[in-house]
Design a protein around this ligand. Structure first.
Ligand code: AHR
Length: 510
């Protein structure tokens, strides 16, 4: 109680304080990392209405589609620029048998999706449907292999089926309508192998990884990038054991971090929340910074040259399902609070660009913190979608270090929370993008961006902000949250003064 009271007093004091921050932009700093575009990755799981209804309606559907994929979704994703798409799970992956999802649809067996509501899965969306989708939206596939309930032979043959030019697997693929192999880079060897992926110890999993990885071959010029199934948020021992026992036999190790109130009891509503819960969720989301840093510190011990990448291949908010929907389908709405979580998280990911080479938000459509929601033939772009679209300018851009002092306060549950977050990068055509997040609900902030050496020119701004922090975009209604042009800045000599409204996300391009 004492902690909460002092946190609230701290917050009140900070709200009264004047908010003027100078941000020094070290644009000429050398040897800066590239912000891997894969940090803007997505995740598609056979869960609820993510695949069926969200992505895939089938070619005979009355919903406008391109060879079975929703046309509205494909178009929205093309605008978003999705660099990488992870599939088929999640927990689903370790019960998925790929041979059930190839060949004539009528011959594909049914299965029970026991992780997600016991829904019957007809396997009509399988390997061909996934890889063709990746080609359609111009994204890199990331396959999550079944280690928990599959076999080494099964995973090895899946890789061969997808990537080999000759042999029986290639013949089978051709018989099923695809002569040329697909390109496959990212291969996940299991998912959450400590939990739904087999309840293993890190020692046992490490040995299993080495065995599976041995037989997943590079065929005909296709080179695999193998990802070991990593830790859940605070499980540092898992990372330690995998680093020591697998080491350079993995290209990357994954990590999962969800912004969730707690794993037992109510996770809170996605749309109905008070100020305390707003700051608590944001503070939990920025704790990912410390979690990533701790995993990186362990990795540095075993791999000081940073040859092994860290991949945050599941992250995002996790609330109670929308009332009246299947509890196993994890369908949640998405408000301006989710947009704040997305922007604050992406700013943090940029700071870890040296080691963090991928992040996949869960999930792309109709589950958890989605980009898109669908209902029959209607589609809604969520506030999180808008952040990802505004921020896609940072994909593969060079990180620009900044120095500034963001005041901190304790959220009601006692987690530290910055009052301001800024990130910057320079892209291939020389443009600088500065993204600013003001999470404070009642405080406009003035930021001076100090470029030290040159005069910024041709500055253009875009802002995401809504009337109420729990506003969301809903079916059949005008969007309540949408980006708009932003003119609240003044460039003078080598500085730009920006007036950042309360609870807003801004991107400046110059
Ligand atoms: O995203 C939902 C689930 O969360 C995934 O299937 C699993 O990997 C994680 O526990």
């Amino acid at each position: 109680m004492k902690k909460i009271t002092s946190a609230l007093i701290g917050l009140a004091i900070s709200l009264l304080a004047s908010a003027q921050t100078t941000v020094k932009v070290h644009d000429t700093a050398e040897d800066q990392p590239v912000i891997a575009k894969e940090i803007y990755g997505q995740f598609a799981e056979h869960l609820g209405r993510c695949i069926y209804g969200g992505i895939w309606v089938g070619p005979d559907s009355e919903i406008p589609n391109i060879d079975g994929y929703r046309k509205d979704l494909v178009e929205a994703l093309q605008v978003l620029k999705v660099p990488v798409l992870r599939w088929p799970g999640g927990c689903f992956a370790d019960e998925y048998h790929w041979r059930d999802g190839i060949g004539p649809k009528e011959d594909r067996p049914m299965m029970i999706n026991s992780n997600w509501g016991g829904t019957v899965e007809d396997n009509s969306f399988g390997t061909h449907e996934f890889f063709n989708l990746c080609e359609l939206i111009g994204t890199e596939p990331y396959l999550s292999g079944n280690v928990g309930s599959g076999t080494v032979e099964e995973l090895a043959k899946w890789v061969e089926y997808i990537t080999a030019k000759g042999g029986t697997m290639a013949q089978l693929r051709e018989k099923n309508g695809r002569k040329e192999p697909w390109h496959l880079k990212y291969l996940g060897v299991g998912n959450e192998s400590w939990g739904c992926g087999g309840s293993m110890t890190p020692e046992f999993y490490s040995d299993l990884y080495r065995r599976y990885a041995t037989y997943c071959r590079n065929f005909d010029g296709n080179t695999l990038y193998k990802v070991a199934s990593g830790a859940s948020d605070y499980d540092y021992n898992w990372t330690k054991v995998l680093m020591s026992k697998i080491g350079q036999q993995m290209h990357g190790i994954s990590l999962h971090y969800y912004t969730v109130k707690g794993w037992t009891g109510s996770k809170g509503s996605a749309t109905v929340f008070d100020t305390d819960s707003y700051y608590d969720i944001l503070a939990k989301s920025v704790e990912v910074d410390e979690v990533i840093t701790k995993h990186e510190t362990i990795m540095d011990v075993y791999d000081p040259e940073k040859k092994i990448d860290l991949l945050l291949d599941e992250w995002g908010t996790w609330f109670d399902v929308e009332p009246g929907t299947n509890p196993g389908h994890l369908y949640q709405q998405n408000t301006m609070r989710d947009a704040m979580v997305a922007a604050l998280s992406l700013n943090i990911f940029h700071n870890h660009a040296e080691r963090l080479k991928m992040a996949n938000i869960a999930q792309i459509v109709n589950v958890l913190q989605s980009m898109i929601l669908t209902k029959d033939d209607q589609i809604v772009l969520t506030p999180t979608y808008h952040v990802f679209r505004m921020y896609n300018v940072h994909q593969d851009a060079t990180y620009i270090p900044l120095t500034y002092k963001a005041e901190e306060f304790l959220s009601p549950s006692g987690r530290p929370m910055p009052q301001l977050s800024v990130t910057a990068s320079r892209n291939a055509d020389g443009r600088i993008n500065v993204s600013i997040v003001n999470p404070m609900l009642d405080k406009e902030q003035t930021i001076t961006l100090d470029f030290e050496e040159y005069k910024p020119e041709n500055v253009k701004g875009e802002i995401l902000k809504s009337k109420n922090i729990n506003d969301y975009n809903d079916f059949g209604k005008a969007p309540a949250v949408a980006p708009a042009q932003f003119d609240g800045f003044k460039a003078k000599k080598d500085q730009i003064a920006v007036t950042v409204p309360a609870a807003s996300i801004i991107n400046l391009t110059l």
